[in-house]
Design a protein around this ligand. Structure first.
Ligand code: ZN
Length: 179
């Protein structure tokens, strides 16, 4: 297991298109392990996904975290980590949402990004088996953000309007709670 430091802007690996994965041996397994281990420890902000270039690996691999309520206890939030290798987003819905995003590689910056509300993804899992899935809402946003990383695109390239600092963002959240 390895928790690696997260690359931050302006590291050039963050703005390059990642190489397609062709083998599913030890090297790919290690990158997946490092992504999962590092995502697990990412706090402030808590990560909902991580892409291989963020750890310095030039490979088209990302992990995305799907949160859901425990069916047995609605108050408990569980999560499942989904590994996407060579992912491709297709069938993006025309319906979009404009919402705040942040990124572990762009510290202290938050901005609003327009994303499709629903997206279909095809990818390969750690064993090299192809699969397809559909994601909605926040999870669709996370997936699109991570796939952008694999294409060298950062959320700040897409942000609508001004970006704000962590402090301002926290202030907004608190104002929301008080309303
Ligand atoms: Zn990011």
């Amino acid at each position: 297991m390895a928790v690696l430091p997260i690359k931050t802007v302006p590291d050039p690996i963050l703005t390059r298109k990642a190489q397609k994965v062709k083998g599913f041996g030890e090297e790919t397994k290690k990158i997946v392990r490092d992504l999962l281990d590092t995502l697990e420890t990412a706090r402030d902000p808590e990560g909902a996904g991580l892409a291989a270039p963020q750890l310095g690996y030039d490979k088209s691999i990302c992990v995305t975290r799907k949160f859901f309520r425990d069916p047995k206890d609605q108050k408990t939030i569980l999560h499942e980590d989904i590994v996407l290798i060579n992912p491709k987003a297709y069938g993006k819905s025309k319906e979009v949402d404009l919402d705040w995003e942040g990124c572990l590689s762009v510290p202290n910056v938050y901005g609003k990004v327009e994303r499709s509300k629903r997206v279909k993804v095809k990818a390969v899992n750690e064993k090299g088996e192809p699969f397809r899935m559909t994601a909605n809402g926040v999870f669709a946003r996370v997936i699109l953000h991570e796939i952008d990383h694999l294409n060298g695109v950062l959320f700040t390239d897409l942000a609508v309007g001004e970006t704000i600092s962590e402090e301002e963002f926290t202030g907004l959240l608190e104002a929301d709670v008080q309303e």
